[in-house]
Design a protein around this ligand. Structure first.
Ligand SMILES: Nc1ncnc2c1ncn2[C@@H]1O[C@H](COP(=O)(O)OP(=O)(O)OP(=O)(O)O)[C@@H](O)[C@H]1O
Ligand SMILES: O=c1[nH]c(=O)c2[nH+]cn([C@@H]3O[C@H](COP(=O)(O)O)[C@@H](O)[C@H]3O)c2[nH]1
Ligand SMILES: NC(=O)CC[C@H](N)C(=O)O
Ligand SMILES: [Mg+2]
Length: 510
């Protein structure tokens, strides 16, 4: 295991940002819910305690025993984490007279303290708290204040334990990254060696160690970034013992089955294309409910993987392209998050497959997956491909799915995506696609009345898909796409543009 920082999560909306800031310093870190705090191991060089929506004054609030870490490795409490350490040691945490959300400025700083080294007076910090530390326990020293908050940061005498009331992980804390560097590099002594290349080398070794010398691995490949990067890593580790399976679920983009299979062959990967369109259409027949469709698609995927695995003698592993946000969401502090959408690849692989799961990208964020793909020389067109959901056009056809609707949508979608490329807009957009709406509208074409379907164009900007803004595409581009769809795709007579952000909408419509 690489040296790492452990982040104990108390449910803050910013916990993932702490992880991102540490990884940007080329230091590996993991988030664990406070309810599953791991024991200290040699590779854990420091611990960060996250913020929380809870108040330490609430008897129900998280209050774990931290003695296994304190004084043994450096600990940094952020907001709730700082309040918790203060209150566990006899300090007073009280409701603040004014709740503080937003920007503040550091008025005094103890620059001789290693956490505060090189931070500047007047530096902007981001606050988000309703409680405040009124009195510190004996042996705790203030190392920074703002005009409103005396205890903006503290240090525990004689041990590398620190607390800060503000949020260094938020970019609005302009010197937050410097503070994190002071903690992670200077105080914890991490050597900043966690680079994409390092990840590739150590993951290939780990895969070789885990997967037995004669074992074969089945990997569902989609043409998307995650599964393609997983494929290259596994291929480097076990070569031809990797068996990729690319399923045509009848819900792919126009001509995608052929073109993706082709690009995998070019990469030297051992991939079988399985055309299961009819099985998917049969499973979807008559189902209009979004969750019903997702479940039917998920089930059919599993059936196909199961059938294919049985054809490969010695198949002992099922590899998945699972990435870090999937993992974090399923171990959230408040219990598994409410189901908004059932992702087709999560949950419910049947026992009888008898395959063990291997997930080489489990620890990475999407943009980190792209960096690893870059280090593995994944071709640009796959690396920068927009994400595409496994259930494909099945969740972009509102209402029931038929081969005829798939055909209409494939043609409209191809015009939109080709148009983005033509206008040089494809890589400015994080994801784009077309939705086929379950309504008809009246139009007039060549003096004749039409009564045909409506499609909605969807394009978003985002970093990781967790939040997204609708893309402000140029009007002349939208006009071009709208004209072309209405003129060329018989059966569609109206095009609208979706101007909803996530939240409160989501990227896909179902
Ligand atoms: N048509 C398919 N055939 C086989 N496996 C698939 C197919 N579609 C999806 N999968 C599997 O489901 C997983 C999740 O799909 P998902 O779309 O989240 O990831 P991806 O396709 O690898 O990347 P991206 O998010 O960039 O599209 C994939 O990693 C892959 O293992
Ligand atoms: O592989 C997948 N299986 C799914 O079931 C699924 N549902 C949504 N998505 C993709 O996830 C991102 C966020 O989508 P939403 O804002 O619609 O939840 C977007 O990139 C979506 O395309 C899926 N990907
Ligand atoms: N961001 C936080 O960690 C907030 C901690 C606590 N809930 C407060 O309001 O002070
Ligand atoms: Mg995909």
């Amino acid at each position: 295991m690489p040296q790492q920082i452990l982040i104990l999560d108390f449910g803050s909306q910013y916990t993932q940002l702490i992880a991102r800031r540490i990884r940007e310093l080329n230091v590996y870190c993991e988030i664990h819910p406070f309810t599953h705090a791991p024991d200290l191991t040699e590779d854990i060089r420091g611990v960060v305690l996250s913020g929380s929506p809870c108040s330490v004054r609430d008897p129900e609030a998280p209050n774990p025993d931290l003695s296994r870490y304190l004084g043994k490795v450096p600990v940094l409490g952020v907001c709730y984490g700082a309040q918790l350490l203060a209150s566990q040691n006899g300090g007073d945490v009280l409701p603040a007279t004014i709740r503080e959300y937003g920007r503040a400025r550091l008025a005094s700083i103890d620059q001789s303290n290693p956490l505060m080294r090189e931070l500047t007076v007047d530096s902007q910090v981001w606050m988000s708290h309703g409680d405040t530390i009124k009195t510190l326990p004996a042996g705790f020293d203030i190392i920074a204040s703002t005009p409103e908050v005396d205890v903006a940061a503290y240090h525990v005498q004689g041990q590398p334990t620190y607390g800060i009331q503000f949020h260094p992980e938020v970019t609005h804390s302009t010197e937050g990254k410097l503070l994190m560097r002071n903690f992670v590099v200077d105080i914890c002594g991490c050597d900043q060696s966690w680079t994409p290349e390092h990840f590739v080398d150590s993951m290939v070794l780990a895969l070789q160690h885990t997967i037995g010398p004669d074992d074969k691995v089945i990997l569902g490949l989609s043409g998307g970034v995650d599964s393609s990067v997983a494929a290259l890593l596994l291929h480097r580790a076990i070569g031809p013992r990797l068996h990729g399976i690319f399923v045509n679920n009848g819900l792919l983009r126009k001509d995608e089955f052929e073109s993706v299979l082709h690009s995998y062959k070019d990469l030297g990967l051992n991939v079988r294309g399985v055309d299961a369109s009819q099985e998917f259409y049969a499973a979807l027949a008559g189902i209009s409910d979004p969750e019903g469709k997702r479940k039917a698609i998920g089930r059919t995927f599993v059936e196909i993987f199961d059938q294919e695995a049985q054809k490969v003698a010695g198949a002992r592993w099922l590899a998945q392209g699972t990435i870090y946000p999937d993992v974090i969401e399923s171990v959230s502090v408040k219990g598994p998050a409410v189901t908004i959408k059932s992702h087709h690849n999560v949950g419910g692989l049947p026992e009888k497959m008898n395959l063990k799961i291997v997930e080489p990208l489990r620890a990475l964020f999407k943009d980190e997956v792209r960096q690893v793909g870059d280090a593995l020389e994944l071709p640009h067109n796959i690396l920068h491909r927009h994400p595409f959901p496994g259930p494909g056009l099945g969740i972009r056809i509102l209402g029931d799915v038929t081969p005829h609707k798939v055909d209409l949508l494939q043609r409209a979608d191809a015009i939109f995506i080709d148009g983005l490329r033509e206008f040089g807009l494809y890589e400015q957009v994080w994801q784009a696609g077309v939705m086929l709406l379950p309504i008809q509208s009246v139009g007039v074409m060549g003096d004749e009345r039409t009564y045909e379907q409506v499609v909605a164009l969807r394009a978003v900007t985002s970093v990781d898909g967790m939040t997204a803004d609708w893309a402000h595409l140029p009007y002349d581009f939208l006009a071009h796409v709208s004209n072309k769809i209405i003129n060329q795709v018989r059966g569609i007579n109206r095009v609208v543009y979706d101007i909803s952000s996530k939240p409160p909408a989501t990227i896909e419509w179902e």
